[in-house]
Write a protein that binds this ligand. Structure first.
Ligand code: ZN
Length: 234
């Protein structure tokens, strides 16, 4: 008998509601965190995993409620998404100061997979760190907190403003989590292993990235169809 046990993953977009997080260069941390977390949540659907977000909109959720939610779900992994601030640059990840070697090993895999992507973008590795953060302390399962670049660093803020960059960053987080937890790919073809909206943008048929679940107007549809017809004519 084969027992397939789906792993449960909680993605935690930091801050929200009355707590904006760091604000700089026209960016608000809570918004970047939510966008990256939702992208990770969507791409994890390619895998045999149950995914929950601690918030799915701009609402305020307390730090203890975030940890409690993961504990009640009996989650296998908790991934908190943040953007750094304070005059530095680069990427760093945190586990709790008292964490065991298993948690450190999961983090090592996730951290390295994300840095594989970021180092190609010229982002420096600030290293694997530990801290007594509330969500890391109060979650009973392995947990990691990612500080994705610095919002107050002008060149890193430019990257964070780029939808394509955020999509690819999210894909690297997903790939890291999938590798760390040995997640199996979903067999179902209805879960594409790529982002079709991103793929369409790369062809130039659409100029901007759009949220995959947002609606298309007839105007937008007609513009894309006409661009396609123009190309066929050439
Ligand atoms: Zn934060």
């Amino acid at each position: 008998m084969i027992i397939i046990s789906k792993k449960t993953i909680v993605i935690d977009p930091g801050h929200g509601g009355k707590d904006p997080g760091a604000v700089a260069n026209g960016l608000i941390e809570k918004e970047i965190n939510l966008d990256i977390a939702q992208k990770v949540g969507r791409s994890l659907k390619d895998y045999e995993a149950e995914v929950h977000l601690t918030r799915n909109d701009d609402s305020f959720v307390s730090l203890t409620d975030r940890a409690n939610m993961a504990n009640q779900l009996n989650a296998d992994y908790f991934v908190s998404i943040h953007v750094n601030a304070g005059g530095g640059s680069g990427f760093e990840s945190y586990i709790h100061t008292t964490e065991n070697p298993g948690t450190a090993e999961l983090r090592r895999i996730v951290h390295n997979r994300i840095m594989d992507f970021l180092s190609n973008k010229g982002i420096r590795d600030r290293g694997t760190k530990s801290a007594n953060f509330s969500v890391l302390r109060n979650t009973i399962m392995p947990a990691v907190l990612l500080e994705n670049l610095f919002i107050d660093n002008p060149s890193e803020a430019e990257l964070l403003k780029d939808e394509i960059f955020r999509s690819n960053l999210a894909l690297s987080i997903t790939a890291g989590v999938a590798k760390a937890l040995s997640l199996n790919k979903q067999q179902d073809d209805s879960s594409p292993s790529y982002d079709p909206v991103l793929a369409l943008k790369e062809t130039g048929l659409i100029k901007n990235y759009h949220q995959p679940d947002s609606n298309v107007t007839w105007w937008e549809f007609a513009v894309v169809m006409n661009r396609l017809l123009e190309r066929i004519k050439k």
